[in-house]
Design a protein around this ligand. Structure first.
Ligand SMILES: Cc1ncc(C[n+]2csc(CCOP(=O)(O)OP(=O)(O)O)c2C)c(N)n1
Length: 659
């Protein structure tokens, strides 16, 4: 070890190193006493958390993992609050909804993890992107375990960071095991840092038990990032001395390995260095240890004596979404008849012009204008910081969007086809959707989903996958059917501080036209509309289903036409329950129609609600009409005539009216 740091600084590092060790030793006692429920030990790895955090500026954003207590303590987190959090008590960061380190602390520029390993790496990329375009002298740093470097998000994040030259450090803590599986069975390269070469980024391997080496490397890497040279990958070699978590033990770890690494304990190593240099004495070590131990005891008592957060069903439900925002736009000066596709384009363009915090990302959306040409010309109008072509990384880019939202931006992600969202599913359902409820941070991301079939595009370019998302609390799901609605709802989706999955039926893009207001206007999410009034049967539908219903009814005899009411839901989460129930109370019959497949389609939710809440008003069973429960065939013939339910609408109407 050697260092040019002053004695004062070295002693400060020592104190910072000692603090998480002493807190953790206390935590292990609390664990045995049943006061905390789980603990992932960081003993033997503290030099990485502490050395890295100590080397950074306060404005740099840190993404720690489960063994990084030293990040929190070195950032001087309020320990009372931290202990309440770890014990799941009132006064923590998450209203007792999370335990352990699964929380963000914006006041400390720390963004906590979710269980899904590597999921925060793309988010860190998004944060660092905003730092870069705002030319802030700040960076992001994301911790990751050796095991988690096999996850897709690790690779997507590294690639994105390298391509976009982001000011971010990826810090791998290679502690020898991923749960019980040794690194030998986790990867086949010599050093994990070698992967940096493949991504075209600077990388280093360091001794993770040497706090000065960690400090020095992170300081230099941070400087490199700050000078806009791009990202850095660092592999810090260390060892996990205790079990994966305390209950699981270390029976599978060779004893010799543990004893070898025990000799390299980072606190002892640094202590010996300071003793040698006569910066520290044995007596001073003992006094400092006692003093630090005493310093947090009353905070632990406070947490032990706190209760778990008092709550009720309403409180819990009210914290899933942030209250919507309704911007008052100037009254529109006119309207034009335009296609659905133009309405989407117009919404995006008007909103981007009005609000500089809106950023658009997607595959081929810049020069090429997107595969549906919705963003053609946007690059010239808004520049390359705000119109971003992305590598083919759905998860990476949705995660990055979350990071941008954390920095106060309103990113919109275009899925090239809604089907590909499956590659970004985890980011949506576990990151975007849950963060508001978990630590009160709403994520303002809009995901545009060109969806639906009817073009013979087969099983991977045609799906109506809205039900993948309607079951996830925290997401809003919007599905307009007309150009006027599409524009107003898209603008409102961007304004909404919550994540919105915005469906656009590709079949409607160029096939329908309607009058659309110029400029900016918004339509409330969660409000359906009565497309046509009737008195004896309600068709409840959305998206292309609205057009199927209109076309079918137009071919019926006039006396039948008058009987049928068409409700366009426009939004699925939240959906307009009142409008639907009021309609059924008037017509006493319900036919629910959608393009998505039958089983567990959104129609099931409506049917169940109608039977629960309007049973006494029904003169006939609630009928559902949906696509066949098969993957979507490539044959246009099979898709339109067998898979789609369109040709059965008339029969179902007659069946219901005659019941
Ligand atoms: C996506 C995902 N798969 C599996 C797990 C279960 N799991 C939790 S921690 C862990 C091992 C992680 O190893 P590593 O990344 O090396 O970090 P370490 O625990 O060693 O610090 C596993 C398999 C998880 N949390 N997330």
């Amino acid at each position: 070890m050697k260092s040019k740091l002053s004695n004062k600084k070295l002693l400060e590092i020592y104190k910072n190193l000692l603090l998480p060790r002493l807190i953790e030793e206390r935590m292990l006692i609390l664990l045995r006493q049943g006061k905390i429920s789980k603990w992932f030990s960081g003993i033997g790895q503290e030099a990485i958390s502490v050395g890295a955090t100590f080397a950074l500026n306060r404005g740099d954003v840190i993404f720690p993992m489960h063994r990084n207590l030293g990040v929190f303590t070195t950032r001087d987190i309020d320990l009372k609050k931290l202990f309440c959090q770890l014990m799941g008590k009132d006064g923590g960061f998450t209203k007792s909804r999370e335990r352990s380190f699964h929380f963000g602390a914006p006041d400390y520029n720390i963004v906590g993890m979710i269980s899904h390993l590597a999921a925060m790496l793309p988010v860190a990329c998004g944060v660092s992107y905003i730092k870069k375009i705002k030319a802030k002298d700040e960076i992001a740093i994301a911790f990751i375990g050796d095991g988690a470097t096999s996850e897709g998000d690790f690779h997507e994040a590294l690639n994105l960071a390298a391509v976009w030259k982001l000011p971010i450090i990826f810090l791998i803590e290679n502690n020898g095991y991923g749960l019980s599986t040794p690194t030998l069975e986790q990867y086949a390269c010599t050093n994990l840092s070698d992967r940096g070469i493949g991504y075209g980024m600077e990388s280093h391997t360091i001794d993770g038990n040497n706090v000065l080496e960690v400090y020095d490397t992170i300081s230099k890497s941070a400087k490199y990032c700050r000078s806009n040279k791009g990202p850095v990958l660092i592999e810090a070699k260390t060892f996990r001395i205790r079990g994966h978590e305390e209950a699981s033990g270390v029976s599978y770890v060779p004893k010799s390995l543990i004893s070898t690494w025990e000799k390299k304990d980072p606190v002892k190593l640094f202590e010996n260095y300071l003793l040698d240099k006569k910066i520290l004495t044995k007596k001073l070590i003992s006094t400092m240890t006692d003093k630090i131990k005493k310093s947090f005891e009353s905070d632990i008592d406070f947490a032990i004596n706190s209760k778990i957060e008092e709550t009720n069903r309403d409180n819990e439900l009210n914290d899933v979404y942030k209250k919507e925002v309704h911007i008052k736009y100037p009254k529109s000066r006119g309207s034009q008849e335009i296609r659905f596709v133009d309405a989407i384009s117009s919404a995006l363009h008007a909103k981007m012009k009005f609000d500089k915090s809106v950023i658009l990302m997607g595959q081929d959306i810049a020069e090429y204008g997107g595969v549906f040409k919705i963003t053609k010309g946007f690059l010239d109008d808004f520049g390359s910081d705000r119109i971003k072509n992305t590598p083919i990384i759905e998860s990476g880019i949705i995660g990055a969007a979350m990071g941008m939202s954390l920095e106060g931006y309103k990113p919109i992600v275009e899925m090239q086809f809604a089907d590909f969202v499956s590659c970004g599913f985890n980011q949506i359902v576990n990151n975007l959707a849950k963060t508001k409820y978990r630590w009160n941070q709403a994520i303002n991301v809009t995901i545009r989903m060109p969806s639906g079939g009817g073009m013979g595009a087969g099983p991977f370019h045609s799906q109506s996958n809205e039900s993948w998302f309607t079951q996830v609390p925290g997401l809003k799901v919007v599905y307009p059917s007309s150009p006027q609605d599409a524009k107003g709802l898209l603008i409102q989706s961007i304004d909404d501080p919550n994540p919105v999955i915005f469906f656009e039926h590709k079949g409607l893009y160029r096939s329908i036209k309607s009058n659309v207001d110029d400029g900016l206007y918004s339509i409330e999410i969660g409000k359906g509309s009565v497309v046509k009034e009737g008195n004896a049967l309600s068709i409840i539908t959305y998206g292309i289903g609205v057009h199927w219903a209109i076309e079918t009814i137009a071919k019926l005899p006039l006396e039948l036409q008058d009987k049928i009411e068409i409700i366009d839901l426009r939004s699925l989460v939240p959906w307009d329950k009142k409008l639907v129930l009021d309609s059924i109370k008037k017509t006493n019959r319900a036919l629910i129609l959608h393009e998505a497949t039958h089983t567990s389609g959104f129609g099931a939710e409506i049917a169940a609600t109608v039977s629960e809440e309007a049973f006494e008003h029904l003169d006939a069973p609630v009928l559902r009409l949906a696509s066949l429960d098969t993957p979507i065939p490539c044959s246009l013939e099979i898709e339109r005539n067998i898979f789609w339910p369109k040709s059965h609408i008339k029969d179902k109407i007659i069946e219901l009216l005659n019941f």
